[in-house]
Design a protein around this ligand. Structure first.
Ligand code: GUN
Ligand code: ZN
Length: 370
């Protein structure tokens, strides 16, 4: 195992831990910004360090197409290629294909898709996904899973769950760098507690260094989402990290952390920034709104980030949609907000004031109690 997971504090099911990876010792709960193409759009790696980012997520699928994993390998791995000294995680690629390309076709061999480069059919197998991720060299790599939307029902959910278990064995067998890369398995099984249970047990038996809960944040209601997370975290080992994939909104991260999850990733903070939306304790602030034209306050007067120290809402309103600097400043602030939220979750759990932190968070976000 190429990681150490030390729980530093607990409050009921919530935990705060130190997750020591080959390139960085991270504090959990942990938010991972998504840097699809080997970059967080609009931010330099110096800025990411400055806001306290500890780990970035990259996508195998995008990196394998361009610049290709062979080239990244030849140039010394992704850390060096993108000038990022801290931790990296790569997702296995199947989910991106299925969610981005409706033409993807899944069989026992792997995921077949049409190359967006030349239109030729390409096959991503579990072995190939791991080989690519071994070349990219991230601290955490993900097993290739068969992902179905949580909103569908029927035998396809069961098929995908069992296939995910069969594929994880092929991933384990193909993994060439267990000494310096951690292979995480992904729990699938839709919203069905029986299937989720079979999948969790199957993965725990395989004794992997960490586990992810997949197949969520795909349009299911919050109640079902939280129920699956609660079931999986309760059944996963206490001494290993638990990662809820594709989550999420600040509120989801607070709730999932209360349920015992440790790691999250989401494009939301940076994507919403590009549409002119800032994350603030009250929820969101739309910088495109006409009320911002002459508003000389910072985005969030309580935020200590570089953007809030230096720029007004009026200025960002003026830039948004007209100049890349607008979305860069908003991405910077939004990621700062998410990372600060992670740090606050960590310290409130360690210091035994997690309930007070959650109450305060909820009160600001829902002042009328609705
Ligand atoms: N990203 C968000 N959800 C998932 C999932 O279920 N599997 C994978 N591999 N990536 C994801
Ligand atoms: Zn700010």
């Amino acid at each position: 195992m190429a990681l150490r997971f030390e729980v530093l504090g607990r409050f009921n099911r919530a935990r705060a831990a130190q997750l020591t990876l080959p390139h960085f010792a991270c504090q959990t709960p942990l938010f991972m910004p998504v840097g699809t193409q080997g970059t967080i759009k609009g931010l330099t790696t110096d800025q990411l360090e400055e806001i306290g980012c500890q780990i970035i997520l990259g996508n195998t699928y995008h990196l394998a197409l361009r610049p290709t994993s062979e080239l990244i390998d030849e140039l010394g791995g992704l850390h060096k290629f993108m000038n990022w000294p801290r931790a990296l995680l790569t997702d296995s690629g199947g989910f991106q294909m299925v969610s981005l390309l409706h033409l993807a076709d899944i069989t026992e061999k792997g995921v077949t898709f049409q190359s967006p480069v030349d239109g030729k059919p390409m096959l991503l197998t579990p072995e190939e996904s791991i080989q690519i991720q071994n070349r990219i060299g991230a601290d955490i790599i993900m097993a290739l899973d068969d992902v179905v939307r949580t909103t569908i029902t029927g035998p396809r959910i069961e098929e995908a769950m069992y296939r995910t278990l069969r594929w994880v064995d092929r991933c384990i067998a193909a993994h060439k760098r267990p000494h310096d890369q951690n292979l995480f398995g992904i729990v699938q099984g839709g919203l069905d507690p029986v299937l989720r249970d079979i999948c969790v047990r199957g993965l725990v038996d395989r004794n992997l260094p960490g586990y992810a809960i997949g197949g969520l944040a795909g349009g299911e209601d919050k109640d079902s989402f939280w129920r699956v997370v609660a079931q999986c975290t309760a059944a996963l080992p206490e001494d290993k990290p638990r990662y809820v994939m594709g989550v999420g909104y600040p509120l989801d991260i607070v709730v999932c952390s209360a349920l015992g999850a440790d790691m999250y990733d989401c494009v939301y903070p940076t994507r919403t920034a590009r549409f002119g939306t800032a994350l603030v304790p009250e929820g969101v602030l739309k910088l495109k709104h006409n009320a911002m034209v002459n508003d000389t306050r910072p985005i969030d007067p309580t935020c200590a980030c570089m953007v809030c120290k230096n720029y007004t809402r009026a200025y960002i309103h003026c830039l948004v949609t007209k100049d890349a600097m607008g979305s860069q400043l908003l991405s910077y602030h939004n990621l700062y907000y998410m990372l600060q939220l992670s740090r606050n979750l960590h310290s409130s759990i360690v210091e035994g004031r997690f309930p007070e932190f959650v109450c305060d968070f909820l009160q600001k976000m829902f002042p009328k109690g609705d």
